[in-house]
Write a protein that binds this ligand. Structure first.
Ligand SMILES: Nc1ncnc2c1ncn2[C@@H]1O[C@H](COP(=O)(O)OP(=O)(O)OP(=O)(O)O)[C@@H](O)[C@H]1O
Length: 507
């Protein structure tokens, strides 16, 4: 066997109250796509940050091509041939593609020359991208290509990708996979983190499974069933969400001609949205990212005011009602971006509980904050949603992505909303926790709440929605019953073929 590209030996990293990586050892061969699997908080991000020089291990060592490798910072990791595409892109909207790529390079060539190099890489790796386009106008998939091309210009030997497909359409996933296969054929190794096990099976050559910071298994994803992998990750058996279809009740939310200009540069305007939502129903809203999902959520949450007559809650006009007032009457929202929008990173979970649960959980009385109650509420969310953290006093930023997501969604669900709007509710959440969140949303609807689930994940939407509608360029198509909806029809709806809906037949 040839020498591995990267050998990890006994890597250990502890944070206060938790050992994120415990004696992790495995090898990444040259030219292989190696999956790193594990439930939320298993230690995947900590491990790849160690390889990329962002985290220093307490113990253990790494060898790259046989030589000692201990990057003290990302620059050193990059110099050794490691590149990383993060889950959250760090791009400037107002600059063009070439300018953004230049900003991330140690020694960028003149812009004209760089644009030419971008065109070449873009062509040879099948990643369509025009270097002169403004980044703010790009789709999430195109933004990711900017990051990937920036990495490829470094000619990496190891490319690390952290959940790269969560923002991509199925077509974009295919394009990305073709590129990754081409890189593999050229001998580049890829370390790939994802919770989407079917994608891992389609792409990866081998997988290392982490549980509570330790390596608990290895497998060949091509010959291992997704369910088996998921069960190895959690060390338990999984259940699929179930629901009894209840009759839906009165109309609780009515949107009439809801229109609003884009709230920010490069945002999407909402255009003439009509909708009736009934108590007890789950409405799934799909669409390619950037088609008005955030704006619709903001119009509903009250972060964006709308003209009179466009939004009614149980018959009452609420277009000008602010966030807190809407929360008080039972209209709750959990936005997509957990760090910074749904939760304040430097605040503890107790403080974060105070931020949104104040009005409904009686956490503020006569102007005084009731910290004991807030802590109790945060602990209830932690326990009910199995949020892995040392305690409610922990800062939000110290939680793994998936665990913070469980906290953010749980915090809203336990407030017994009348209407709950969630945007990407299981983003970055492992299979077991995703099933728990979906089940909790279904239970909420069964108890009579109306739930709007905005998501990029069509499987998720089909699994839990009563009706499905698509957002396209700020317009919402007419909702259709989710049951029996075929992929072709969904594709048409996502593409904005609104006037074709009658032709597809109403059921
Ligand atoms: N900066 C930090 N301070 C304190 N604890 C941390 C820090 N970073 C990570 N942790 C803890 O280390 C553990 C491993 O987290 P890590 O982010 O590596 O998990 P993960 O497998 O990437 O999870 P996810 O799939 O949810 O992103 C978690 O318990 C997390 O709370």
């Amino acid at each position: 066997m040839s020498e591995p590209l990267l050998k990890l030996d006994g890597l250990t990293k502890a944070y206060p109250g938790v050992v994120a990586n415990a004696d992790v050892s495995f090898e990444i061969a040259k030219g292989e796509v190696h999956a790193l699997l594990g439930e939320n908080g298993a230690g995947k991000s900590t491990l790849v940050k160690t390889i990329y020089g962002l985290v220093q291990p307490d113990r253990g060592e790494m060898r790259m091509n046989g030589a000692a490798f201990a990057p003290a910072e990302p620059r050193a990791a990059r110099a050794a041939g490691v590149a990383m595409v993060f889950q959250h892109f760090s791009l400037f909207d107002a600059l063009n593609v070439a300018e953004n790529v230049a900003l991330g390079m140690e020694n960028p060539p003149p812009l004209g020359q760089l644009a030419q190099q971008i065109r070449e890489v873009s062509r040879s790796y099948g990643l369509p991208l025009d270097p002169s386009r403004t980044v703010g106008d790009l789709s999430a998939g195109e933004r990711q290509r900017v990051e990937i091309i920036r990495c490829l210009l470094q000619e990496p030997r190891l490319l690390i990708m952290d959940e790269p497909t969560s923002v991509l359409t199925p077509q974009e996933v295919e394009i990305l996979f073709e590129t990754l296969r081409k890189l593999r054929a050229e001998g580049v190794s890829i370390l790939y983190i994802s919770h989407k096990l079917e994608e891992i099976r389609a792409l990866c050559d081998t997988a290392t499974i982490l549980r509570q910071g330790r390596v608990v298994g290895k497998c060949d994803p091509k010959t291992t069933a997704a369910r088996d992998m998921a069960e190895q990750m959690v060390g338990a058996t999984l259940s699929t969400p179930s629901r009894s279809l209840g009759a839906t009740g009165e109309v609780v939310l009515e949107l009439k001609g809801l229109s609003a200009p884009a709230p920010r540069a490069f945002g999407t305007a909402l255009r003439d949205i009509d909708l009736e939502l009934r108590a007890g129903e789950v409405l799934g809203i799909g669409g390619v990212a950037g088609n008005g999902q955030d704006e619709l959520a903001m119009a509903l949450s009250g972060e964006m005011a709308t003209a009179p007559g466009m939004i009614r809650f149980k018959g009452r006009e609420i277009g000008r009602l602010g966030v807190t007032a809407r929360r008080r009457i039972g209209l709750l929202c959990a936005p997509e971006e957990r760090m910074g929008h749904a939760a304040v990173p430097d605040m503890s979970l107790t403080e974060n509980a105070m931020l949104t649960a104040g009005p409904r959980e009686d956490l503020v009385r006569h102007g005084f904050l009731r910290w004991g109650r807030a802590k109790g509420y945060a602990e209830k969310v932690i326990e009910t949603f199995d949020v892995r953290t040392p305690g409610a006093g922990t800062a939000a930023r110290a939680l793994s992505g998936g665990n913070l997501q469980k906290f953010v969604i749980g915090r809203e669900i336990l407030q017994r909303p009348e209407i709950l709007v969630v945007n990407q509710p299981t983003w970055g959440v492992d299979a077991m926790a995703a099933a728990t969140i979906r089940q909790a949303l279904l239970d909420l609807a069964e108890r009579g709440a109306a739930v709007i689930v905005i998501s990029q994940d069509l499987d998720e939407l089909m699994e839990i929605s009563d009706r499905f509608a698509a957002l396209n360029a700020g317009r919402l198509g007419a909702p259709r019953p989710a049951e029996g909806l075929g992929l072709h029809e969904i594709g048409m709806m996502l593409g904005g073929a609104h006037d074709m809906e009658p032709a597809l037949g109403e059921s």
